[in-house]
Design a protein around this ligand. Structure first.
Ligand code: ZN
Length: 254
């Protein structure tokens, strides 16, 4: 500033100021830090399309998920439509159609997940959540939301609305999605969100998998339905249980 210049000092060309980088934190996913590592054994788990695909990539893993969360797995009619659509329509991404077929068979047709439906009274909230998801996507891609984006986010919006409805009824609820934007919108509405890696960690805590097996499964599924890089487990240590040290007490939390 001019006031700090020494008197009589020759004026130097003003250096061009580089604007500070916009903090990336604002767009980071907001997966819940309140759900303990071991998960909540009394919570309903609402599965989004990507997590249904991820859990179906390995048939044995899908079976473990169904057993571990027996009678606690939910999804929505909008997501079921999306999964069935992917199962019957080829995509350019390898493995997606196969995962959708398996998810349809293992989770939907078998009745392993309860399918919640939006009610007429949910329409206003659904539109509000959808709008929030579309705005996030538009900021990320710097383009106006296309009809495809609207279709894509319908499943997530329906799941968040159903989570809110069940929370209002007193249930403990976890929204299971791999989508960073959906995790942010859910967080803004006090819905706890976990991704497929967290679910695998819950299976490590119940000794269903060793950490290295869980990490291999995560990497396999992550090729089909990716978790945002900043939130991914980086190795088997990130999917571990403290059972050896303290009988999983740390994983249970308080
Ligand atoms: Zn544990």
């Amino acid at each position: 500033m001019a006031a700090q210049d020494e008197p009589g000092a020759p004026s130097r060309p003003r250096q061009q100021k580089v604007p500070p980088a916009r903090p990336r934190r604002r767009r980071n996913p907001r997966f819940s830090t309140e759900v303990p590592r071991r998960g909540w054994e009394d919570a309903v788990y609402h599965l989004d399309t990507g997590v249904l695909f991820a859990a179906a990539v390995d048939a044995v893993c899908g079976g473990h998920v169904i057993r571990h969360y027996r009678d606690r797995l939910h999804t929505t009619d909008v997501i079921v439509t999306e999964v069935r659509h992917r199962a019957t329509n080829p995509t350019s991404k390898p493995g997606v159609q196969e995962a959708a077929e398996e998810a349809t068979r293992m989770f939907i047709d078998s009745g392993a997940v309860s399918v919640d439906e939006l009610q007429p009274g949910d329409v206003w909230q659904f539109e509000s959540v959808l709008q929030q998801l579309r705005q996030l996507e538009a900021v990320r891609t710097r383009e106006p939301a296309s009809p495809q984006v609207r279709e894509k986010h319908g499943g997530e919006a329906s799941a968040i609305v159903c989570c809110l409805r069940e929370m209002a009824g007193g249930a403990r609820v976890v929204f299971a999605t791999n989508d960073g934007g959906a995790s942010r919108v859910a967080h803004s509405r006090q819905v706890h969100t976990r991704h497929f890696g967290h679910l695998l960690n819950e299976l490590v805590c119940t000794a269903t998998y060793r950490a290295e097996e869980a990490f291999a499964l995560f990497e396999q599924a992550n090729r089909i339905t990716g978790v945002p890089a900043v939130a991914r487990p980086q190795g088997e240590a990130d999917l571990s249980c403290q059972a050896a040290a303290d009988g999983c007490t740390v994983c249970v939390g308080c």
